[in-house]
Ligand binder design. Structure first.
Ligand SMILES: *[C@@H]1O[C@H](CO)[C@@H](O)[C@H](O)[C@H]1NC(C)=O
Ligand SMILES: [Zn+2]
Length: 438
């Protein structure tokens, strides 16, 4: 059960009348003046765990990004906590340095979402407001109706549409070919995931470089894009740039939002999730309690036997990861999964030198349960499922500068393109005769 708007107002009024009782109205645009992102460099796995424990102890989980293979944890601190925290870190034998000197300045410098005027074309080199993404998807639906079809699969808490764009030759009302399912934006602040999926959509639909492989892919596969899995959260990042969850009201708490990537019905409530609504990885009151995850669940369950590959975009860390996140268990076809990871990662490096690591979620970043990739692989039996942390490696973290949008888009597409070529070859799917596999 959730508060509706009225009872929230009443509860807040009552709590004000009763003298607060710890209830605070959420600040509108939080001021992060004096906030810094520190990098804790931990030379071994025990120290990484210590760094994480200390970050938790000092309640620094709002921005705490771990990269285990590279042995670092990035944490955001405010001035008040910085001194005590760095002392604790040093006492534990962990070296720290400043990654982002002034978070507020960086937010102001890099962070404007573009809002188009009525006649402008969509700008693929910018971060765009949800309404403009929506307009562009509709435009694609109308302009390329022979290969593209936009469906609405649900509605969010704040009544935004959940869109699915399907792209294939002779697109029909329902998928018939092997499905390549890609989603983005499940975590609101990871903007580059959305700009990257939009880049890929543009390549696949408009094929500006006249790539023969794209033509072959449209013959063999059906691409299914879910470009913004968390529209309410994404919209809210214009108020709070570091917002991650959706925007529901939580029962008996003034903290809003559920972490949509802890809400899937596979080992729900396990390691790496929180039962507390104020936490950034709050899993929600039950598996699939959220409208957004429920909408995707319904779609995936309807077509799961056709889904060949699933890719779930996040940022940041440059990691190409496989299930599982809930434990050290690995899928029966892990060898095959890692093979395709390697192909993608190699092609990305060839594009402009960006280096990714790959491996299972649990050992590569951290235990994380009831995540989409675990559910898709573990519950729905989709053979290939990946969760990808896009660039960078902490220089900008979540605050990707717009100049990186086309570069990250291009290299990521080249990785996926290479994977799709090999996959089609392995499965005997490439139908276009003139394509020669090299
Ligand atoms: C996409 O276009 C079809 C017509 O080709 C239309 O029926 C459908 O409503 C459109 N989808 C959306 C979400 O606008
Ligand atoms: Zn994420």
């Amino acid at each position: 059960m959730r508060y509706n708007g009225l009872s929230v107002v009443l509860t807040l009024l009552l709590s004000v009348i009763k003298g607060g009782e710890g209830r605070v109205v959420e600040p509108q645009s939080p001021d992060r003046t004096g906030f810094q992102v520190l990098r804790l460099q931990a030379s071994d796995s025990d120290l990484v765990d210590t760094a994480l424990r200390l970050a938790d102890e000092y309640e620094l989980n709002e921005w705490a990004e771990l990269n285990r293979p590279d042995g670092y944890v990035d944490v955001m601190v405010n001035l008040e906590k910085k001194e005590r925290f760095t002392r604790a870190i040093e006492d534990a034998g962990i070296v720290s340095s400043v990654m982002i000197e002034d978070v507020e300045e960086r937010i102001k410098r890099h962070v404007t979402m573009k809002k188009r005027s009525a006649n402008d074309n969509y700008d693929y080199d910018s971060f765009n407001v949800f309404e403009d993404i929506e307009k562009e998807l509709k435009k694609i639906n109308n302009t390329y109706s022979d290969i593209a079809r936009l469906d609405i699969i649900g509605e969010t808490f704040e009544k935004r549409n959940m869109y699915v764009l399907r792209v294939s030759k002779d697109i029909g009302p329902a998928p018939t070919k092997p499905i390549i399912l890609i989603d983005a934006g499940i975590h609101a602040r990871e903007w580059v995931s959305i700009s990257t999926i939009m880049y890929i959509i543009n390549q696949v639909v408009r094929n500006p470089s006249d790539d023969l492989y794209i033509k072959a892919f449209l013959d063999s596969y059906e691409f299914v894009f879910m470009p913004v899995l968390n529209p309410d959260g994404y919209a809210y990042t214009q108020v709070d740039r570091l917002w991650r969850k959706n925007r529901v009201y939580n029962d008996k708490s003034s903290c809003r939002g559920v972490d949509l990537n802890r809400n899937w019905d596979y080992k729900w409530g396990g390691l790496g999730t929180s039962g507390r609504p104020c936490q950034i990885d709050y899993r929600g009151p039950a598996a699939f309690s959220e409208l957004e995850t429920k909408a995707v669940q319904k779609w995936v369950e309807a077509y799961k036997s056709k889904i060949l590959l699933y890719i779930n975009f996040h940022a940041y860390g440059q990691l190409w990861m496989t299930p599982y996140g809930y434990s050290t268990d690995t899928p029966s076809n892990e060898v095959e999964m890692l093979k395709y990871s390697k192909i993608a990662v190699k092609a990305i490096k060839k594009s402009r030198g960006t280096e990714y690591r790959y491996g299972p979620v649990y050992t590569t970043i951290y235990p994380a349960s009831s995540i989409s990739v675990d559910w898709v692989r573990g519950a729905e039996d989709v053979p290939l499922a990946y969760t990808v942390e896009l660039p960078d490696k902490g220089d900008h973290g979540f605050l990707t500068p717009p100049s990186e949008i086309p570069l990250i888009g291009k290299e990521t597409w080249e990785g996926i393109r290479a994977l799709l070529i090999t996959l089609a070859d392995d499965k005997g799917l490439l139908k276009t005769a003139e394509i020669i596999i090299v």
